[in-house]
Write a protein that binds this ligand. Structure first.
Ligand SMILES: [Zn+2]
Length: 194
């Protein structure tokens, strides 16, 4: 896997395609090319293997169009972050507009026991449309009270805290958890020696 999938909802994992979100100039972007977006969608089961090949082919033929799509995916990602973590009503309005465009390109079809949106064709817009529909579905979850942001000062990764005691403090205990515990330990040692 090229991307981390730790958030408990694929669309929150999309929010985490930014590293050090709260780290100012240290912030890093993981979706640097349209191909990265395709890879992320494939890992998250938003597109199949055949579609990924079609999309890569389309990207080669229209690099500027693919880049515009990548930027719109990032915009949708940032809108949902603003909506969920900054409670921004203008972000909700913008996401709703992107959703109207996304459902206009799809039909509601039977899938197993339920129903789902299916794009009428696979083109460069497909990743964006599926991501936007997924992001809106995320906002409708009934358990967003479990939404949490890693308590590291710079990390900014988000996840659903499904731990029984709702006390998951870190995106990853081996990463931000260990680093912050070590930092707290050395701070205590320093305080003792003063
Ligand atoms: Zn973290």
């Amino acid at each position: 896997m090229k991307f981390r999938h730790i958030a408990g909802d694929p669309m929150l994992d999309l929010v985490n395609t930014v590293g050090w979100r709260l780290g100012g100039s240290e912030r890093t972007e993981s979706l640097n090319t349209f191909s990265d977006v395709v890879d992320w969608c494939a890992e998250s089961s938003l597109i199949g293997g055949d579609e990924a090949a079609v999309l890569r082919d389309l990207c080669e033929r229209d690099e500027a169009g693919a880049e515009r799509e990548r930027r719109q995916v990032i915009e949708a990602r940032e809108r949902v972050y603003a909506l969920l973590f900054e409670d921004a009503p203008e972000a909700a309005a913008h996401l709703a507009g992107m959703f109207r465009t996304a459902i206009a390109a799809a039909d509601l079809v039977r899938s197993g026991e339920g129903w789902q949106w299916r794009d009428r064709e696979t083109d460069l817009r497909s990743p964006r449309h599926r991501i936007v529909r997924g992001l809106v579905a995320l906002t409708q979850r009934g358990d967003l009270d479990r939404l949490h942001q890693c308590e590291d000062a710079k990390c900014g990764w988000v996840y659903l805290d499904t731990s029984p005691r709702r006390n998951r403090r870190w995106c990853d205990t081996k990463d931000c958890g260990d680093r912050n515990r070590a930092r707290a330990y050395y701070a205590r040692q320093r305080a003792k020696s003063i």
